[in-house]
Design a protein around this ligand. Structure first.
Ligand code: GLC
Length: 529
């Protein structure tokens, strides 16, 4: 079976994983040093958020050179060394690919904005002002204000769905497509195993630039983007064509190179990104429903319906995938508490498909505390106090605080004050302490990954619903492994055929069960029937 069909992926936010240069910001040599940690935890692959040359207006999601490393993070040579070490340890490496927009400092944009007849003018999306001189239409950006910024020198507006410093590339232009496919080839030639593609569903906009209709659910205080329903800025049919083309680039290479797509869409709009059995598209279009519909309403009944709706919507050839956190979402343990974070981990690693895990969640890191004067996230600074659509919360610093390795100075992350404050719980909550504790969250995640690897039914077995009392979500994998998850603080029982407990979230039982399975408060168990 192709590796990505069962792989557990570990996401690293490079600024916050490990500083090796002593500047308070994480870097590639730091990550390289920590690769054995990730391998020993049992993950199969890492995904690195952007490390490219960037003015860091959106902390690397504003790329000024797609084929170079920002000096903050190291050099291309550092990347090569990291890749080599990862492969030697048996870890696949996925890197972030940010095709929707560049930095406004990218040479392509500098050329494009220099004059209306520059050959790269059409590489970005330029429009004349509306008759009143205002923006060409009503489109709003994710990080506040209109999706358009006026360029006085050439008298037109350019499109940006995020910051004005992140102009959107024009994916209708064939030269842009070729240039971006060459960027993919640059990294594939180096040997990367694939890409996590940033905002894949936003690549193309309506060719007629029509106004978007009002969103009836918008309320004052919401982010500006939420004012409208995005039928013209998002998920256009041409995007699927581009996905096929990107897939074709990956398929030029041997060794199962993969595309993971960032796509915040309802299931019926998400599924087409898989393509078809004959003409496959994105290998793993991210399924974010646990994040934006699950963590807000963490009940066994809601989660069961999210899982089963997904299982029903998937085309037969498609590989499912699950995710509980990332650098844009508040921390798992903050959202549902430490007890339920353990239950969630058991679920993530036992559902059918490929799970993605966010760094630090394995020690139950919580949202950091960011004093107002230390806020860094541009989304937060532009739209203070607004609540986010798609769960893309404007204040993303709390979930980006440095990894907590040790109880010592700066949590073993750096030798000086880091770019974001270390969460104050680091003296107790850190890798060193949890590594030595047989009942810690870290031990649970490591053990879950062992059980997953050693139990074929958990890797490849079909999902089947299993009857459970209120407050419990239970399912069978491959007809022979039962997973029962108690979402409540009360004890629960469910009936089972005979079996043997392979793992409990409490990490303290391996008993035989017969007829009835007793679950303690907040307990999840895996039973081999
Ligand atoms: C994606 C990234 C987010 C970034 C945005 C713009 O949503 O995950 O961090 O700000 O794209 O590139």
């Amino acid at each position: 079976m192709e590796w990505w069909k069962t792989a557990s992926i570990y996401q690293i936010y490079p600024r916050s994983f490990q500083d090796s240069g002593g500047d308070g910001i994480g870097d590639l040599p730091g990550i390289r040093k920590r690769l054995p940690y990730i391998r020993d935890l049992g993950f199969d692959a890492i995904w690195l958020s952007p490390f490219y040359k960037s003015p860091m207006k959106d902390f690397g999601y504003d790329v000024a050179d797609y084929c170079d490393v920002d000096p903050i993070f190291g050099t291309l040579k550092d990347f090569d060394g990291l890749l080599e070490d990862a492969h030697r340890l048996g870890l696949k490496v996925l890197i972030d690919f940010v095709p929707n927009h560049t930095s406004d400092q990218h040479p392509w944009f500098l050329e494009s904005r220099s004059s209306r007849d520059n050959p790269k003018r059409d590489w970005y999306v330029w429009r004349d002002p509306a008759p009143d001189g205002g923006p060409p239409n009503n489109w709003q950006a994710y990080f506040g204000g209109p999706s358009w910024t006026f360029d006085p020198q050439t008298g037109q507006y350019y499109l940006h769905q995020f910051l004005p410093e992140q102009p959107d590339l024009n994916w209708r232009n064939p030269e842009v497509r070729q240039a971006m496919y060459d960027v993919m080839r640059f990294w594939l030639d180096k040997g990367v195993d694939g890409f996590r593609v940033d905002v894949l569903w936003l690549l193309v906009e309506d060719a007629l630039f029509r106004d978007e209709p009002d969103n009836p659910h918008y309320k004052p205080g919401d982010i500006d983007r939420f004012r409208h329903i995005h039928i013209y800025q998002e998920d256009q049919p041409e995007t699927r064509q581009i996905v096929q083309e990107m897939r074709a680039v990956l398929d030029e290479y041997p060794g199962d190179r993969v595309m993971v797509g960032e796509i915040y869409l309802p299931y019926e709009q998400l599924m087409p990104y898989y393509g078809t059995a004959e003409k496959p598209g994105c290998h793993l279009p991210f399924n974010f429903h646990l994040i934006f519909r699950g963590l807000n309403n963490w009940t066994a009944e809601n989660i069961r319906s999210i899982v089963e709706e997904y299982e029903k919507s998937l085309p037969p050839f498609a590989t499912p995938n699950w995710v509980l956190g990332n650098h844009d979402q508040h921390r798992l343990a903050t959202r549902i508490g430490h007890d339920q974070a353990r239950v969630a981990a058991m679920m993530l690693f036992t559902l059918r498909g490929s799970p993605t895990w966010y760094y630090g969640d394995e020690i139950g890191m919580v949202d950091g505390q960011i004093p107002p004067e230390k806020v860094q996230d541009p989304a937060a600074l532009r739209q203070r106090g607004a609540s986010g659509e798609h769960g893309l919360d404007p204040g993303r610093d709390p979930e980006r605080t440095p990894m907590q390795w040790t109880p010592h100075a700066y949590a073993g992350f750096s030798t000086r004050e880091p770019w974001l404050p270390i969460s104050p719980d680091y003296t107790e909550r850190n890798v060193e302490a949890q590594d030595a504790d047989p009942f810690s969250m870290l031990t649970l995640v490591r053990t879950l990954l062992v059980v997953r690897r050693e139990t074929p039914a958990l890797l490849g077995g079909a999902y089947q619903s299993y009857k459970a009392p209120e407050g419990v979500f239970a399912y069978l994998r491959g007809g022979e492994v039962l997973v029962a998850l108690n979402f409540t603080p009360e004890p629960k029982t469910l009936s089972t055929p005979g079996g043997e407990v392979l793992l409990s979230t409490y990490l303290d039982r391996y008993d035989k069960v017969e007829g009835v399975l007793e679950l303690r408060p907040h307990e999840g168990v895996i039973v081999k029937l």
